[in-house]
Design a binder for this molecule. Structure first.
Ligand SMILES: Nc1ncnc2c1ncn2[C@@H]1O[C@H](COP(=O)(O)OP(=O)(O)OP(=O)(O)O)[C@@H](O)[C@H]1O
Ligand SMILES: [Mg+2]
Length: 287
């Protein structure tokens, strides 16, 4: 469980990005953080792992207070946080497998990771995860040869191999087409349910948030102005968060999509279909 109390961030430039945010995300909950550009969504996520140093407030993950940890303890705590970004942040010239294993660098000793030697259980886990995200065929392909959706699947597998206690996800679909975006969101939702992982997902796309998140948090100018299930996200609320637009049409479309979601194929199946996965001998090639 993630607990945030009175979180405030004022950048050196004077920008007040967060103004006293209180938030609790329980085990297994997928919460979408929405709000206009500059509302403070990325700042909030980055404060949780202290890539951005909070000005005031308290953050605790599974009872461990993150704010106030020294450098070593913070490094340990960060292993508990799986970050997934819009821009994937893969190492281009490394293979899919190597990129996933790089998520374990926090665990293997420096010299071991320097020579990129990983223990067998980590490699087994990487195979399992790549299979789960629909990339079993692509283990030894270089990252720079992948599509956007495939890259995001690698990013997800890399975050999961840390065995995190929470996923922090910033605009996972911003560079993806609508169909791929939905597959990625579905995959994230399934994985969180399987592992009882809580997640905070920053999303620009309100429709995706309504279809895939069980909880929506609306941020405006560093303040939470809405917190509730998608059903309570009315046109009036969206106008308060973003300003005037034709929100009722969007809500209708997204709610219908959300209802259709239950009947769809699994996200991994979609990935495998897309990648033409037939059950591969990738493991034999690697070991
Ligand atoms: N490194 C920084 N230095 C100074 N100000 C910053 C910095 N990063 C963000 N800000 C400011 O903090 C505020 C919140 O920015 P943030 O990136 O958190 O918003 P966001 O909701 O993620 O926006 P977007 O939807 O465009 O990604 C903005 O006013 C921004 O200009
Ligand atoms: Mg942002």
């Amino acid at each position: 469980m993630l607990l945030i109390e009175g979180l405030t961030k004022q950048y050196k430039t004077g920008d007040r990005a967060l103004r006293g945010v209180d938030l609790t995300v329980p085990q297994g909950q997928v919460a979408a953080l929405i709000g206009p550009s500059g509302a403070g969504k990325s700042t909030l996520l980055r404060c949780v792992n202290r890539l951005v140093e909070p000005t005031a407030g308290k953050i605790a993950l599974d009872g461990v207070e993150i704010t106030g940890l020294g450098r070593r303890a913070l490094r340990r705590a960060r292993r508990q946080m799986g970050m997934i970004f819009q821009e994937y942040a893969l190492v281009e010239r490394l293979t899919v497998m190597e990129n996933v294993l790089s998520g374990r660098l926090g665990y293997v000793g420096f010299w071991r990771s320097f020579f990129r030697r990983f223990p067998a259980p980590a490699i087994d886990e990487a195979f399992r995860l790549l299979d789960r995200v629909g990339l079993a065929e692509f283990v030894d392909k270089r990252a720079d040869a992948l599509s956007g959706g495939q890259r995001q699947r690698v990013g997800i597998a890399r975050a999961l191999i840390q065995d995190p206690a929470i996923l922090l996800i910033d605009e996972p679909t911003a560079s993806l087409d609508p169909k791929t975006s939905r597959q990625i969101m579905r995959l994230i939702r399934e994985l969180c349910a399987e592992r009882r992982l809580p997640a905070i997902i920053n999303l620009h796309d309100v429709g995706l948030a309504i279809s895939f998140a069980e909880r929506i948090i609306g941020l405006r100018q560093g303040v939470i102005v809405f917190d509730g299930p998608p059903e309570r996200l009315t046109p009036a609320v969206l106008t308060e968060i973003y300003g005037e637009e034709d929100w009722s049409a969007l809500i209708r479309a997204a709610s219908e999509d959300g209802e259709a979601e239950g009947a769809g194929e699994t996200a991994a199946a979609a990935g495998q279909r897309q990648t033409g996965f037939q059950g591969s001998d990738a493991r034999a090639r690697l070991t």
